[in-house]
Write a protein that binds this ligand. Structure first.
Ligand code: ADP
Ligand code: MG
Length: 692
């Protein structure tokens, strides 16, 4: 048998029907290989079942015997009840099936069965009975071998699909295919890693000798899934890496020095390290594909500017994309100010530009004079024609979908790409969705920062919150008040921000309280933001539009309303807006009615400022799908593996993958034939759009 047969669709085949194939598809099974690697939900140890007479009075039990009596079904209150008596050589017991009418034609007198369920006393007669949950029928010697005197796998099911059906299909696969399944891991690697041969692992998963045996066998399957994914990422990264580009961003002027000289501070070592990494990439002749990861406030903007200046001084334009209007405007104001001083042109691209102004902007972009174009998604949604783009920067990339990321990378003639993120990316994600990027980490904060103090309060303590705010305002400091806006379209959330704004303004009549939310026209957002920045406004009430990147060092307090409704990473992002200057900042989380999980989240916020720890905890509390959203994150859905629990295997698979690709980038070695075929047959694209 070769790998292709093992990867054959389960239908057409004499063992299956279209209906069965549909049901199996619901369990993610489309091929024999996927059936073979269906990991049981649990196992039942039936190696020595007690005879009926020795069953305990209550608790879970498995019995075996023959059906002696079948009672007519008695249906009361729409509950369907089927009662049989089963006996072995020690005596009988009553068995009750609730709402399993489909079993009626099967349960015949004389039939030999194995029934799983829960023992209890009949509430009326007080006679011991078994409340059945699962039924196995023994019709042959083979059935008996599989179902009794051994450890029996219990598979996940869907409507219309029974244990017996899955069992017989798996038995068929074990008999005819599994012994011949080719192992795509060469023995040398398996032995070094102490990993089971594939056919042995599959066999053990379904026919374990001990209750512990499946654990080791499952590891093999998990490792395979991770390795396959890592190899496709790494192969792709290898191709990415080798994507030659004519853009050599070798500086032709002293723009960099002039930019640094006008900064009121010196760059940190960590910032310099990232800048060097970038410089190495953009002068190599191979397109850069680098992610800069640094906690909020670590100074990523200056790293971006230095990268942009590499492009400009080499005669290329640069594009900077931000996730929100507010952030794009802020970047524009900051950069145009700093860059015009050194003779570099900056333009802001936004949807709201009046046609004439827009036309002028577009004309400017086409001219051969290098330019820095700043904008939001609109930059990719209706692509603008920019002359000679040498660099594309995506700031706060976690806010963009992965697909957008890729589309952008493909725009133009292979520009260098730089991504930044402040969302500390848990290691698991680093090894998966970000696997094809090079990384630089800004591991150090600018000196003199004092971490914000975080406290939790209740809505009933609002007066107290207001009086703390008022103190800060008196000292000339500024305050953010944030309301959740979970759904962009949620009218209710918006209403609470608007109401909150009115309430706070009335409690602080002598101060200017502004309101910022996503529904405002861009011009209004800009005006409000700049008023707050200038200090004309003491308090800014806002929805989460301020979440990323906004930089107002004089803001030293943040009140987060309904804090329980925010994710942990989001809370950390929000809090990153304060603690940016040299004054002690305070973050107040206002929350009532906490679930266990939200309590854990808020407690974590109170106890640590470390974004990395928080991200790891977020992943544990919510699971990977929730944290980034499976769809948008581009994470594949693993069938066996669990990204959180199996992380050590992910790390191992990554290591092994890197080594393979380093020595044999396209897996050409004869011992990798099966492996290569298997990796190439992976279809991550259809699930996520990620790999294309
Ligand atoms: P982020 O990494 O969150 O994008 P920013 O680039 O917005 O951070 O920087 C946060 C603040 O720190 C800004 O006010 C910026 O001027 C300041 N800053 C950046 N680098 C340094 C540095 N090396 N020393 C002191 N302040 C710095
Ligand atoms: Mg930033």
């Amino acid at each position: 048998m070769n790998l292709r047969d093992w990867n054959t669709p389960i239908y057409p085949h004499r063992m299956t029907t279209p209906t069965l194939a549909q049901r199996l598809a619901k369990l993610g099974i489309g091929t024999w290989a996927e059936l073979g690697t269906l990991v049981p939900r649990t196992y039942q140890d039936r190696s020595s079942l007690p005879p009926i007479i020795r069953l305990p009075d209550d608790g879970p039990a498995v019995i075996t015997g023959r059906i002696m009596v079948v009672n007519d079904d008695m249906s009361k209150h729409r509950v369907h009840l089927l009662k049989v008596t089963v006996a072995d050589h020690t005596g009988p017991i009553d068995v009750v099936f609730f709402n399993q009418a489909y079993l009626k034609p099967i349960l015949k007198i004389g039939l030999e069965v194995v029934i799983t369920g829960k023992l209890e006393r009949n509430p009326y007669t007080h006679i011991k009975q078994l409340l059945a949950t699962e039924l196995d029928v023994i019709r042959s010697v083979k059935d008996r071998e599989q179902l009794l005197g051994c450890i029996v796998p219990i598979y996940p099911l869907t409507a219309g699909l029974y244990q017996s059906k899955i069992r017989s299909l798996i038995q068929y696969a074990l008999d005819t295919m599994v012994p011949h399944v080719p192992d795509f891991l060469p023995p040398s690697i398996r032995e070094r890693l102490n990993i089971m041969p594939l056919s042995m692992a599959i066999h053990t998963i379904h026919r374990p000798n001990t209750m512990e045996a499946p654990v080791h066998a499952r590891m093999r399957l998990v490792f395979d899934e991770f390795l396959r994914y890592q190899l496709s990422l790494l192969k792709r990264r290898h191709e990415f890496k080798r994507l030659p580009t004519p853009c050599l961003l070798t500086p032709q002027s002293d723009l960099h020095d002039r930019y640094i000289q006008q900064l009121p501070y010196t760059l940190t070592n960590a910032q310099w390290q990232s800048i060097y990494d970038i410089q190495r990439d953009v002068t190599s002749g191979i397109a850069m594909n680098r992610l800069i990861q640094g906690d909020v406030g670590s100074g990523k903007t200056d790293v971006i500017v230095m990268a942009i200046l590499m492009a400009i001084s080499a005669g290329y334009s640069a594009v900077l994309m931000a996730p929100t209007d507010v952030l794009a405007s802020q970047h524009y104001h900051k950069l145009s100010h700093a860059l015009s001083a050194i003779g570099v042109d900056t333009v802001l691209l936004k949807g709201s530009l009046k046609t004439k102004a827009k036309r002028d902007t577009l004309t400017r972009l086409k001219s051969p004079q290098p330019v820095v174009a700043i904008g939001t998604h609109s930059l990719i949604q209706d692509p603008v024609d920019i002359h000679q783009v040498g660099l594309v920067v995506i700031d706060e990339q976690h806010r963009f979908g992965v697909q957008q990321r890729i589309r952008l990378a493909q725009k133009g003639n292979t520009p260098h790409c730089l991504y930044t993120t402040a969302t500390p990316i848990p290691r698991t994600f680093m090894l998966t969705i970000y696997g094809e990027l090079e990384k630089s980490i800004i591991s150090e904060m600018p000196p003199g920062r004092i971490p914000a103090t975080t406290i939790r309060m209740r809505m009933s303590q609002l007066d107290e919150v207001i009086s703390i705010m008022s103190e800060r305002l008196q000292q000339g400091q500024q305050v953010y008040v944030v309301y959740p806006l979970i759904e962009a379209s949620s009218k209710l959330d918006l209403a609470s921000a608007i109401e909150g704004h009115a309430d706070i303004q009335s409690r602080l009549p002598q101060h200017q309280v502004g309101l910022l939310h996503g529904k405002l026209p861009v011009a209004d957002k800009d005006r409000i933001m700049s008023q707050f920045k200038q200090g004309e406004m003491g308090v800014l009430v806002s929805t989460t539009v301020i979440e990323v990147g906004v930089d107002v060092p004089n803001a030293t307090m943040m009140v987060i309303m309904n804090a329980e409704r925010f994710g942990l990473s989001q809370l950390h992002q929000l809090r990153g807006r304060i603690g940016r200057g040299v004054l002690q900042s305070t973050c107040i989380l206002v929350a009532d009615r906490l679930s266990d999980i939200s309590k854990k989240r808020l407690d974590a916020m109170v106890h640590t400022n470390n974004g990395f720890e928080l991200a790891e905890l977020d992943l544990k509390l919510r699971g990977p799908g929730e944290v980034l959203g499976v769809r948008q994150s581009g994470l594949p859905q693993f069938r066996v593996a669990d990204l959180v629990k199996d992380e050590p295997l992910l790390v191992l698979a990554r290591k092994v993958g890197i080594k393979m690709i380093e020595t044999d980038p396209t897996l050409q070695h004869p011992s990798f034939v099966a492996l290569r075929e298997w990796v190439d047959s992976a279809d991550y694209v259809s699930e996520s759009g990620h790999l294309n």
